[in-house]
Design a protein around this ligand. Structure first.
Ligand code: CDP
Length: 221
């Protein structure tokens, strides 16, 4: 008798602090296996962007909850919006919004739906974020927690931000990054943390190619 039970998608969770290289890695792993890819940080950034655009305060939990309830995923297909989401101001506001339990709850299901039923019938999904291995997909087949030294992460993010804003200083980027990491790991709800069964991958002294090879080795056994 053929086994007609639908196969469960393979989930790969890639978590880690800001500018650790997790997004680049997660995207490449997804492309390699032809899995779906979800940058969960972009969801929090989209909420923060919406709140800021309305002139509301990111710390106002009811404003972010309203934004979460009407989150339009299609906006994440617009390259101009995606570029606007990548600013330091939106990143900082996103980490304030992301500390609010009800807002997190409101977008949890969106993330799980993509993991449970990857778009286009793909056999798996790679999700990157802060709490994928611990909270969104605790049963993920593979978990990687990507880290790098703070100075290296700040330099990477500074080089990225400088392309749009030549005035941005490395000191400011490092300070923002440290403040964001501190907020993300200290919050009460789903703080940034490596899952107990996650592989740690320090990309401080690795090229993108080397980090990718190391990640592939971790998910291929
Ligand atoms: O790209 P970068 O690592 O700087 O940030 P991001 O992944 O776009 O995430 C922006 C912010 O969203 C983070 O600082 C977290 O506060 C929040 N976030 C979260 O709380 N949980 C996730 N799964 C993903 C992001």
């Amino acid at each position: 008798m053929p086994d007609l039970t639908p196969k469960k998608p393979i989930i790969i969770a890639v978590d880690g602090p800001a500018a650790s290289g997790k997004g680049t890695l997660a995207r490449r792993i997804a492309a390699h296996f032809n899995y779906a890819f979800l940058d969960t940080g972009s969801l929090y950034r989209a909420l923060a962007y919406d709140v800021l655009r309305r002139g509301e305060a990111p710390a106002d939990a009811s404003a972010s909850l309203r934004a979460a309830k009407k989150l339009n995923m299609a906006m994440l297909d617009d390259p101009d919006i995606l570029a606007a989401l990548r600013t330091d101001a939106v990143g900082t506001a996103a980490s304030v919004v992301a500390a609010q339990p009800e807002t997190r709850g409101a977008i949890l299901q969106i993330q799980r739906d993509i993991a449970d039923t990857p778009p286009d019938g793909k056999a798996g999904a790679v999700l990157d974020g802060r709490d994928i291995g611990t909270n969104v997909c605790p049963n993920a087949a593979h978990k990687i927690f990507v880290t790098a030294r703070a100075e290296i992460r700040a330099k990477r993010r500074w080089q990225e931000l400088r392309q749009h804003n030549p005035q941005v200083s490395l000191e400011d980027v490092l300070a923002d990054l440290n403040a964001r990491d501190q907020r993300d790991s200290a919050r009460a709800t789903a703080p940034m943390r490596a899952a107990r069964d996650a592989h740690l991958l320090d990309t401080s002294d690795l090229s993108i190619e080397e980090a990718f090879e190391a990640a592939l080795a971790l998910v291929s056994h």
